[in-house]
Design a protein around this ligand. Structure first.
Ligand code: DLL
Length: 426
């Protein structure tokens, strides 16, 4: 691997023992920081009988109480903040579609940390200084646009800060400036491909796509890479950990998401319990941020599902832990006819059928308390309901009904896509 593929070569290739030593030191420091600078954190630690003077670091990690979105909401907007207000330089906020929004404050140091994590992701995907990157997640309170911007500044890229929407113009801009790296929320990529086809355009200079903010199934990744003739990367992060890229991305070997372990500790917990699961077992991703100042998270229950794939050095040279791409959220799980499944499994199956488009709806019907599921999907002529039902039976064990739509007939959405719809009880 060339050195230019690393943004922070030394940090990204630390030995396992060096990573552990760094985490040990930083964990003790962050526990002291939150204890001394925030009443809510101090009370929680007191209740758990964890005190900075006697806290032993990694071996005491599981003694730390877990937290979730609930704490952010209960202490909205800045009740969990650990620095004085005049040290805050920026905030971001989750959409709040499912309740009070989550606010994340950043100090100047936090903005640098975010930019560093994000710049590592850019370089890991193959960016070199001067490359043209087009940023299409929205700029504003959503962390996607600005996070990619801060990272692209650090990585010394030529930035086209397009923001969301206006797909025709996005394509013309990509052509005009010779965009090499396109960044987007996953479900925006099929839309770009569709409009490119309508316009009869190609983007020969485009080589790299960085997509995230939503589950990215293998079949979606394959379809996007092939259609755009690019290498497609899966970038991970969230408002609570400090935004896009903070938790990592996959490398050109695509063998799991590299989590920046000098900044974050990742544990996999059994959903609904405090049981830490062994490597290889799938569970809830729980994250502790080691280097954030304004609002570090301690054992934050993300609600995302994954498992540890490896703690060994990757062929790309990086040594940090690798986790499986996120397969869904705990609260995404659907139960119909006694079968538990995730929307990601439906997507994976549908997109394996040639001629099926990445636009679908999973509709959960409710007939007097008895649930059923319908799957509507867009497909080219020639794809039959029989093929779809047969394929879905392999995943679900039963064949859901549904309608076939012609390409372009299902609604296109901005931002993160809504795929699952719950119908009112009849
Ligand atoms: O979605 C951050 C982001 C922006 C990541 C742009 C990548 C690209 P939030 O709006 O706070 O932040 O949503 C975080 O989105 O807990 C996951 O459920 C989901 N998510 C984020 N990245 C991925 C991914 C941004 N690569 C929530 N794969 C997280 C699957 C993802 N899900």
């Amino acid at each position: 691997m060339e050195v230019t593929m690393f943004y922070q070569l030394e940090e990204e290739t630390l030995s396992r023992s060096a990573i552990t030593a760094l985490q040990e030191e930083r964990l003790k420091k962050v526990v002291r920081h939150i204890y001394e600078h925030n009443d809510v954190f101090r009370k929680r630690l007191d209740e758990a009988e964890v005190y900075p003077d006697t806290f032993r670091g990694l071996e005491d990690l599981s003694r730390l109480p877990t937290m979730s979105k609930k704490e952010f909401r209960d202490y909205f907007p800045l009740g969990m903040c650990c620095v004085p207000k005049n040290e805050i330089r920026e905030i971001h906020r989750s959409s709040g579609t499912s309740g009070t929004p989550v606010v994340m404050p950043y100090t100047a140091g936090d903005l640098r940390q975010w930019a560093d994590c994000m710049a590592r992701c850019y370089h890991m995907a193959g960016a070199v200084p001067g490359d043209v990157t087009q940023i299409t997640p929205s700029f504003g309170l959503f962390n996607g646009g600005f996070g990619m911007y801060h990272g692209a500044r650090a990585a010394e890229l030529f930035i086209v800060p397009a923001g969301a929407g206006n797909t025709e113009q996005q394509i013309r801009m990509a052509k005009t400036f010779g965009t090499r790296i396109f960044t987007a929320v996953v479900s925006y990529a099929p839309r770009v491909i569709e409009v490119m086809r309508e316009m009869g355009e190609t983007l020969p200079e485009l080589k790299i796509g960085i997509f995230g903010a939503e589950m990215f199934s293998e079949s979606m990744k394959k379809s996007i890479s092939e259609s755009l003739e690019i290498d497609a990367f899966d970038i991970y992060g969230m408002t609570e950990t400090g935004g896009v890229g903070t938790l990592g991305q996959d490398c050109p070997y695509h063998c799991g998401l590299h989590v920046w372990e000098d900044h974050y500790i990742v544990e996999i917990l059994e959903p609904g319990t405090n049981q830490v699961l062994p490597d290889g077992e799938r569970g809830e991703v729980v994250v502790t941020s080691l280097t954030r100042e304004a609002l570090p998270v301690i054992r934050f229950r993300t609600g995302d599902l994954s498992r540890v794939l490896s703690r060994e050095k990757c062929p790309c040279g990086r040594t940090h832990i690798r986790i499986e791409p996120i397969t869904g959220r705990i609260d995404d799980m659907l139960i119909v006819k006694g079968v538990n499944f995730f929307p990601s499994q439906v997507e994976q199956a549908l997109l394996e059928i040639p001629g099926v488009y990445p636009y679908y709806q999973i509709i959960i019907e409710n007939h007097h308390g008895i649930k059923d599921v319908r799957v509507n999907v867009e497909a080219e002529e020639g794809v039959t309901s029989y093929t779809i039902e047969k394929k879905l039976k392999e995943v679900l064990g039963f064949s859901p009904k549904g309608d076939l739509f012609k390409p372009g007939e299902l609604p296109r959405q901005a931002g993160k896509a809504k795929r699952v719809f719950f119908e009112e009880e009849e």
